[in-house]
Design a protein around this ligand. Sequence first.
Ligand SMILES: O=c1[nH]c(=O)c2ncn([C@@H]3O[C@H](COP(=O)(O)OP(=O)(O)OP(=O)(O)O)[C@@H](O)[C@H]3O)c2[nH]1
Ligand SMILES: [Mg+2]
Length: 197
Amino acid sequence: MEQLIIATKNKGKVKDFRNLFSKYDITIKSLLDLEENIPDIEETGKTFEENAALKAETIAERFSLPVLADDSGLEVDALGGRPGIYSARFAGLEKSDQANIAKLLEELKGVPEEERTARFVCVLAVARPGQPTIFKRGSCEGRIANHPIGENGFGYDPVFYPNGLIKTMAELSSEEKNQISHRKNAIVQLEKWLQDL
Ligand SMILES: O=c1[nH]c(=O)c2ncn([C@@H]3O[C@H](COP(=O)(O)OP(=O)(O)OP(=O)(O)O)[C@@H](O)[C@H]3O)c2[nH]1
Ligand SMILES: [Mg+2]
């Protein structure tokens, strides 16, 4: 069984990754599992790719090991693609899922169902000491609900209906989410690299 460091402090992502990587027989170590406290990496990039690279390369350099990072977010068409890379900090730096959802629903007040289209985007960066960083992008299309439903998942999952489903992402089990999610659609593109790990 191999171990892979994921440069994240987001517990929801860690849960998704543990589940997604179990089939490759890879165990995950996140920044929350390390003994030393890693200072927050400032996400100063203007794209998912730039921020994913910042996180992966900072940690890969520090430990001289291959590191995966995930930069992800929700693009809402009626908001011109916002919150996008700012999804975690949409309602402020304290990164509250509940406040983010409230702000999103407020901004979409009165927007009819057919115009509430959106997608989750996940960019994975794999940084390895002395080698160029690899990027893979996955997405999941859907639309924004009128109110939150469901207890599973994290972030905006309770207000996101994946296309073709009558359940929000937060009403799906981890296994169901991980069959269709943006994160899953990015990881499958890393399959070859994961097998060589
Ligand atoms: O409902 C959701 N289901 C998902 O599957 C999902 N994936 C991403 N997101 C949103 O996008 C932000 C990422 O921002 P982000 O990539 O900067 O991560 P983060 O700051 O939370 O942690 P870190 O990995 O940077 O440590 C998150 O906080 C969420 O708001 C999701 N919401
Ligand atoms: Mg972040």
